[in-house]
Write a protein that binds this ligand. Sequence first.
Ligand SMILES: [Zn+2]
Length: 1016
Amino acid sequence: MKRLTRFRLAALFAIVVLAGIGVTAQPNKYARDAKQPIDEEYTKKIKEYTTEPFFLSPLVNYLPASKTVPTPKAVLGDVAGAPGKLPYSAEVHAYMRLLEKASPGRVKVFSIGKSEEGREMIAVAIAAETVMAKMDDNRARLAKLADPRTIKLDDAEADRLVEASVPVYYITGAMHAPETGAPTALMELAYRLVVDDSPYIKAIRNNMITLITPVIETDGRDRQVDIYKWHLAHPDQTWPSLAYWGKYVAHDNNRDAMGATLALTRNVINTVVGQKIQVLHDLHESVPYLYDNTVGDGPYNAWVDPILTDEWQLLGWNNMSELTKFGMPGAFTHGTFDTWSPGYLMFIGAMHNGISRLYETFGNAGADTVERKLQPGDYARTWYKQNPPLPKVMWSQRNNNNYQQTGLLTALSYFSGNTKLFLKNFYLKSKRSVTKPTAEGPAAYVLPGDEARPGAQAEMLRVLQRQAVEISRATASFSVTMPAKKKPARRDADEGAAGKPAEEAPKAEAKKDEKPATETRQFPAGSYIIRMDQPYSRIADALLDHQYWSPNDPQKRPYDDTGWTFGELFNVQVVRVTDAKVLDVAMETIVDVKAVSGVVGTGTLFAVNNDADPSLIAFRYRIKDSAVDVTEEPFEAGGKKFNRGSFLIKNAAQADVQTFATELGLQAHALSAAPTVKTHAVKTPRIGYIHTWIGTQDEGWWRMEFDRLKIPYDYISTQVVAKENNLNARWDVLVFPPVGRSAQQIVSGMPMWRNPMPWKTTELTPNIGKIDSTDDMRPGLGLSGVANLESFVRKGGLLIVADDTTILANMFGMTPGLSVQESTRLKAPGTVMRARLVDAASPIAYGYGEGLSIYSAPGLIFGVSNTLGGRGGRGAAAGGPERPTGRGTADDQDQPQGVPVVTLPPEDPKVEAWQAAPVTPEQLRNPLNVIPPQLRPRVVLRYGDARDLLVSGLLENGNEIAQRPALVDVPLDKGHIVLFANNPMWRGETQGSYGFVFNAILNFDRLDAGRKLDEK
Ligand SMILES: [Zn+2]
């Protein structure tokens, strides 16, 4: 038996105490209205498709009849959850509109936006006529509770508003395309809420507004339905897996609630904020039979209000207690899902002063009824799962729909009985967000007006605006009092390579004891201020603050990324200010954040500074007919300093430069004469962008950014690479983003046994095969593809790889002098780490300075060597060989007996972990394996030193990766391979690293610029 921790005992106590709250004792509270007839045929089908009586509840074991309102059968041709029935998003929406048409007083359907592929997303509001008629007035009251500044934080006024208002409970389904049950469950749930006259349902209808988005990922839903139909039409064949869910990402659409880069995320944020919802309850499928992760597990996110975490306990335990009393097995709420990351869609609710919830029910990824056998760990009884699921059952989509609806109805019922409590809490959470500066702080975050990367700064602020955060800008310079900088805590287990503290400790820390406790910090006019006395301060605080996850945390398996600090990952300065004086600074509200852009001055030569802004590459392609040089050294012109890699645009019309620079948030300086600085031309390389058929999600995050910036590329699969033996004829640069699979799988593809797996547009599958298509998804890159890639590089092409595609390039011998290993002890499950430039003269590093952080999860362990077969790096850096056993003390030299005394040759110079050991005369005697100097790996960027490696998140055994190369340029014959140890383009959160990828692309044929070659 596992030891009961204090936390668990406390949680156990919570079940006992909380489960009873809100359950008022009344006989037959679930009973239907005896006077209302039931739809006999529909009810019969419900029972027929439910595989065991205990997979039903009194709330869903019948369907009330209506003479006017159509049941889901009108669209499905059968009942919700029937075998073989999976509606497209448009069919689901059509049903909701039928419902609205039949009962306009109780239902309102409205559009909440479109997907990337143009499919509509809707929200359906349902309540009694009396409530719906005053929905706008109600929303106006909720808006005041949501922004307590509007009522001057007057609690008595808030109480009056609470008394007059009803809450909004927002349910979302079908976010994950292969989790197929929610749409039909929500169609039937909507029908019940509209039609059913039982006291139980009437109370919900009368006391609150239920808001439903039945399909979140509309693009993915339609593709999944296509696949299911293909499967039904080919019953004896294996069916293709869903290669694309959304246009860009698959499961990770539920990790976008920080960056808010996907249309579905933005549409839900707008709905949450616009409708002033109190709960966001998202439906998923995986765990048997209903895991309500509302209670979840620790650690909880450090920025949510404790009022919310108490609400999680109230709702979660009550909800599962109800299902348990119905005799439905497998309902539980505590579990291994930690609630740390705010990246989940439901967390939009938590971060906007509502309540986040998520159900995992049990789905079959389609509407087949099949036998499901569980693993012992799934059906085991634990302290929080006293009512476990069964080891083996026949499982149907109808069972799943029963659980989803029963869970939701009990949740809505509990909420409808406690509306004033939750509305008051909504107000209190909003108020406490506004009073943050004088309570826990900080008072504000300041983004200095003299930011070196104004484009990245503006982009990060736009992310915050998408989260409904208000942005202000100081109209005059100001100063605040700051705590003096502290020395970071020592982590003894996390020291330098040879067990010694790493060098390069920041100099400012040396005289720590002499520093005053506070210091004054000046900010120029134009500095951005994100005030924390605003209703949505919480999300800004969560994104901009640093995260720390203790290696000793009882939670040993973080569910997702542990660090995400946006200022670090966007490579822009963010200052956390606790001095409330900052709120009195003269400032204006900024609605449209834009970096100062356009053309300064007039002339025929335009200089654009390289600050590693991703927009630079977009600019190059926009102005494709002009000649552009980049400078290989920094220079000054017209009183302005320009970094290495700055653009000099030669034959462009000023109007074009003005248009594109303004569009992209860049500033161009017209110069009267060309600066005397070494330059080389940057062309508009032809980009081939490689994807596999086994995983398109990690590349999807890259592709999304290429599309956002309108960088032209050909989207090709590994099958094209396998067939095309002259890749150079078509492309200059091949980008091969991470796949999320092993290198072996990328090469081998899917198993070739059984039938082909087409991914094509057909009459049966109209929604697939549009992004890319193939007759058979199974073949992978193959050895011919590997050979073609190598030939491409050898003939002068640039190949960019990261993470698993880095392993692939290394595995097949394309990276002489670079060793690549996966970490064995390092624990960094999505961690922000410090990085340092090694070779600032490399074109890949153009525009970058010091102080950069990168995302790493956990990252590959690179070593470089000047010889083939050498591991290089740390092995040679460990302080030289220890002395052998022999005479004298540990520091003495041994002396063999009868041998003359010799003087030992001087020790080899210290080699750092990111460096290759110098070639020795021994190796040069016959330099067969010595890599010629111009072909040796060139390290551009490395991981920070062990003691300052951790920036945000969880890091354990960081010394395994500390100081190791993070980004290496390996010349191969006439071309180059640029290899990332990490993933530089991740979930729209790592914009600070994009510049490395884009610099490499632009300088693909001049990557050796600025290189200092070894002498031998
Ligand atoms: Zn899911």
